[in-house]
Design a protein around this ligand. Structure first.
Ligand SMILES: [Zn+2]
Ligand SMILES: [Zn+2]
Length: 392
């Protein structure tokens, strides 16, 4: 992606390193996709249909890779501003100091791309691009097509390896073939493990309606709930619309069309998001957690007093969310890193908590310190932001 230069934006990975990652991924696709076809598979005497199927899969990998890497991930429009009629409280107003613009719900400022990205999932160095509203589907298709092609290659390599195992003792085996067989097989195996883990995690997030970043935030809120710092109803995720609707949010149209390489990415405009019946419309998410409220005393504590509309299905919804969170809760949480007094010397309250994998929000590429939630302190900036929202 070509990144507009924003003053103060930290550039990591550097443009050179980002291009190196793209080159590395291209080399990997070439190495695993074509080297076995040139040096190993000829010994297998495969039918043409096998080659055709494999090469169509590899073509899909190239196409989705290019689409994921070269698409605009969904740069937030600079002139977007919250509609005062739809703002329930200050938590729905988020402002990016780097872009000097209001942030649509679910947008985050990427410190590498230097822009706010709508429904940002994470910044991915492997595609040297953010994964966001406009390319999330391309990214998931890229993962799954690559997994499919790599499995096909691995199965054929395994077949040849099995043959060689028996031939080895009574015939001359070509050393080049043997070395390339072992190297490509090992690379393919590592790729399959990594892609399967990442692919399953992505699909799990998609089915829950969350991005990777929101999944982190939800985990953090659940941690507050466990510690009695937050009521359970305040941790409810508002954008979980149910399995099928969540898929549509990422892949646009029908479920079958979702896998078409040039299929749609998301629906709507990327600035407005439908919320479920348990959400309080016009209220921001995530709610300011106690750490952030402590660090930003100007924030209204109002969201903490909100109730949730009484609905018969609420218990069922909570149960579903609890089950998904059990995925985390099954792990021991004693290691949960939470500095009760806030991180000493940390420049942002978000730095004080890491999830079970030891990740902070910054690990997803977000520029955490660039955000103001609410109108900020009651100084000139706060007055100015208030004026802009109200269009005075
Ligand atoms: Zn920004
Ligand atoms: Zn980015």
């Amino acid at each position: 992606m070509t990144s507009p230069s924003v003053p103060g934006a930290q550039r990591w990975p550097s443009p050179t390193l980002g291009h190196f990652f793209l080159f590395l991924v291209s080399c990997l696709i070439f190495f695993v996709g074509y080297i076995p076809q040139l040096y190993v598979f000829p010994s297998l005497d495969l039918p043409r249909s096998t080659y055709l199927r494999l090469n169509i899969s590899i073509l899909l990998v190239w196409l989705t890779f290019i689409l994921a890497a070269a698409s605009d991930p969904g740069t937030a429009p600079k002139d977007w501003k919250p509609n005062p009629k739809e703002v329930e409280d200050e938590t729905a107003v988020r402002y990016c100091m780097k872009c000097e613009a209001f942030k649509p719900p679910r947008a985050h400022h990427c410190r590498t791309c230097g822009v706010c990205v709508m429904r940002m999932d994470h910044h991915c160095p492997w595609i040297n691009n953010c994964v966001g509203y406009r390319n999330h589907a391309h990214f998931i298709r890229f993962l799954l097509y690559t997994l499919s092609a790599t499995i096909q290659v691995f199965v054929l390599l395994f077949r040849r390896g099995w043959e060689l195992w028996y031939e080895f003792y009574y015939s001359d085996v070509d050393a080049t073939e043997l070395v390339l067989l072992m190297l490509t097989m090992l690379t393919a195996l590592v790729l399959i493990i990594c892609l399967a883990i990442l692919g399953i995690y992505q699909l799990w997030c998609v089915s829950e309606g969350t991005t990777t970043i929101e999944s982190w935030s939800l985990e953090r809120l659940q941690s507050h709930v466990r510690r009695g710092r937050l009521r359970e109803e305040d941790a409810i995720f508002p954008y979980d619309l149910g399995f099928i609707e969540n898929l549509r949010d990422i892949f646009g149209g029908g479920v079958v069309g979702a896998w078409w390489v040039f299929g749609r990415n998301g629906r709507g405009t990327g600035t407005r998001w439908e919320v479920n019946e348990f959400a309080v419309p016009g209220r921001g998410w995530p709610p300011p957690d106690p750490d952030i409220v402590r660090a930003n005393p100007h924030l209204s504590p109002k969201p903490w007093t909100h109730g949730v509309p009484p609905t018969e299905d609420l218990d069922a919804f909570r149960e579903r969310q609890r089950e998904s969170q059990n995925f985390y809760s099954d792990y021991p949480h004693e290691d949960e890193s939470w500095d009760e007094e806030g991180s000493e010397g940390s420049r942002d309250p978000g730095d004080g908590w890491v999830n079970d994998e030891g990740e902070t929000l910054e690990d997803y590429g977000i520029d955490v310190g660039s955000e103001i939630v609410g109108f900020g302190a009651k100084d000139e900036r706060g007055v100015e932001l208030r004026k802009r929202v109200n269009g005075i």
